[in-house]
Design a protein around this ligand. Sequence first.
Ligand code: MG
Length: 267
Amino acid sequence: MSQVELTWGVSTHVGQRSENQDRCLAAPPLFAVADGMGGHAAGGAASEAAVTELAAASDGPTVAVAALRAALERADDRIRRLGGPDPELGAGTTVAGLGLIENGGGLFWVVFSIGDSRVYRWAAGTWEQISTDHSVVQELVDSGEISAAEAATHPQRHVVTRALGLGPGCEADYTVLPVEGGERFLLCSDGLTGGLPAERIAEAVAGGGDPQEVAERLVDDAVAAGADDNVSVVVVHAHRREAAAAGADVDAEAVTVPRLPADGARA
Ligand code: MG
């Protein structure tokens, strides 16, 4: 069985907000971005609950989809109890995540998302948004009422239709993809996609380089462009190794340990 080696980078910034309610998770083989919403500290507590529960779901070289589902359900339950009985104090969080799963002796990616944080993939020369936004503007685009360009400036562009902690239940989407080797993933909160043109984001990831530097450059550029929201990015690069090589000494130089910002990120 061929194996895959991962390098990754994490960056987050408060933007022009008073508090960073985004959280990032880099716990290989599991990565996620969560964008909390809610007054006072509730939004940050909601996104924190999501990454904490996900982190507990990952304790080996791969994760199980059932464990991811259970983690998101536990997070959903915790978030619903944050605000107490007053629905006005409700909190929620998006989650966009990526994990390695094993099936039939092979490795696959699972991409999961709820809300409008996104997962993109650069593979074989193609840039693709893997997740689908659960948002008011995505529904308007899908129904043909507005264009994708109009969605970028629509007054309801931050309104999500699904989130952990809000709505009727925990309805994340899951997409399974083959491991190609050489592909790159970008996980981001809407502060990035709302702050930088889509082509700038794609170029930065496609251009390669150290994933930590790519993550920091994307966040720095979005902040420099005047991002009015928290901005969070996780970049993951996959490098395929064949079984014979994988049995040899692990090349420690090939594993990049991300420098995590003290605030708003956790590993
Ligand atoms: Mg946001």
